[in-house]
Design a binder for this molecule. Structure first.
Ligand code: C5P
Length: 212
């Protein structure tokens, strides 16, 4: 049995930071699956006509970039574009193999996203569903983007977060939902250190349970 860690949850819940630190702690490769959807959304937004399902599906099937560290993928617009293409069944199935192959790496892996514990790695040894109240998540994201020079109003950020939650949880294809066997980690009242400690304890408990 290998150590596959699935970290799911909504935007700005802390799941990305937690997943990256778990990967570092256990010496595992990490895939931020949101970046795959962001890459597709980014391309689909620039294509004419924008958000064409056929084009987005083809891009998802054939054009996953070698490097996902394009700063353009990290913007709020790319997140919004990602959530639009993520509702397209062809895009989801086009990205499936890449993610499943990553999860099947012989030494184990950490993946974070929305459907890791339910669809991509349903047999993961440790599953976390990381969340926080919409207000706290919007505040974290707002402070972050303001630090980068954006002047977006807090209310607009909160509305963005809520709209993305609704779209991600409400779509027909692989909606964002906590897996039955995932452990809920609510980071509303936690700083990142406390959240990471809690996450590590969840993984340690799962390892002990499976004798790994
Ligand atoms: O996590 P991040 O904010 O980068 O994800 C961007 C968008 O990609 C999400 O709002 C969601 O719509 C989509 N996504 C998804 N399934 C995943 C990861 C991301 O649908 N496993």
């Amino acid at each position: 049995m290998t150590l596959i860690i699935a970290v799911d949850g909504p935007a700005a819940s802390g799941k990305g930071t937690i997943a990256a630190r778990l990967a570092q702690t256990y010496g595992l490769p990490h895939l931020d699956t949101g970046l795959l959807y962001r890459a597709v959304g980014y391309a689909a937004a620039q294509h004419n006509p924008p958000f064409d399902e056929g084009y987005a599906t083809m891009f998802a099937e054939r054009s996953i970039p070698e490097t996902l560290d394009n700063p353009g993928y990290r913007t709020g617009e790319a997140g919004e574009a990602a959530s639009r293409v993520a509702a397209m069944p062809g895009v989801r199935s086009g990205l499936l193999k890449f993610q499943k192959d990553f999860a099947a790496k012989p030494g184990g892996a950490v993946l974070d996203g929305r459907d890791i514990g339910t669809v991509i790695a349903p047999d993961a040894l440790a599953k976390l569903f990381v969340t926080a109240s919409p207000e706290v998540r919007a505040r974290r994201r707002w402070l972050q983007v303001r630090g980068q020079g954006s002047d977006i109003a807090f209310e607009d950020m909160l509305a963005d977060i809520k709209r993305r939650d609704e779209r991600d949880a409400g779509r027909g294809s692989a909606p964002m939902v906590q897996a039955d066997d995932a452990v809920l980690l609510d980071t509303t009242d936690m700083g990142i250190e406390a959240a990471f400690d809690a996450a590590r304890r969840i993984v340690e408990a799962a390892r002990a349970k499976h004798g790994l």
